[in-house]
Design a binder for this molecule. Structure first.
Ligand code: MN
Length: 202
């Protein structure tokens, strides 16, 4: 079965002015799509061709002979997840179970925001900042290049792409401004809560 690119959960201009239609046209239509085209070429005719994306990621993580497969598979997964982490008129204070879990883990929403913005800002070069669930505790982390928490047995709840292609057309070198726009205007807390699922409930 081929890996397919999921539809964007909103129109390409829906996140403007925080993320422009032009950025989404390139980021989703060109970058994300290229990872999908590449992974299908790379697994064609191999024993990975019948596996789903998460299984391909887990079977190739840490294997130096399968770096290209891991990178493209992980980038497909990370981007599909990232689109769902945003919505028009999102951001601001969390709701639901995740709000309580954030207070418990970080002390306050403000402290959490500081941590995830710092993680995204200090990530050197390309990568991702994440909120993940580790041993039932929320934790902020960053990954380099294509690396993904699911390759480390962690459950992703939220991510922000800090590759330059995610923000350069709109913010040029101002990555912190992009991160501020993400947390203040774009985070889809309903999606974050859906990722917490039953493990987030008391
Ligand atoms: Mn990207």
């Amino acid at each position: 079965m081929a890996i397919v690119i999921p539809s964007l959960p909103y129109a390409e201009d829906a996140l403007a002015p925080h993320i422009s239609a032009t950025t989404l046209e390139f980021h989703y239509g060109k970058h994300h799509n290229a990872y999908v085209v590449n992974i299908n070429k790379l697994i064609e005719g191999t024993d990975l061709a019948s596996e789903d994306l998460e299984s391909i990621i887990n079977k190739t993580a840490g294997d130096d002979s399968k770096t290209a497969i891991f990178n493209n598979a992980a980038q497909v997964w990370n981007h599909s997840f990232y689109w769902q982490c945003m919505k028009p008129n999102g951001g601001g204070l969390p709701t639901g179970d995740v709000a309580e879990k954030i207070d418990a883990a970080f002390g306050s929403y403000e402290k959490f925001i500081e941590q995830i913005k710092t993680a995204g800002t200090v990530q050197f070069g390309s990568g991702w900042a994440w909120l993940v669930l580790k041993d039932e505790q929320l934790q902020v982390m960053k990954t380099s290049n294509a690396d993904t928490p699911i390759a480390h047995g962690l459950k992703p709840l939220l991510t922000v792409d800090v590759w330059e292609h995610a923000y350069y057309l709109d913010y040029q070198n101002r990555r912190p401004d992009y991160l501020s726009a993400f947390v203040e205007n774009l985070i889809n807390w309903d999606f974050v809560n859906s990722c917490l699922g039953t493990s987030g409930r008391k």
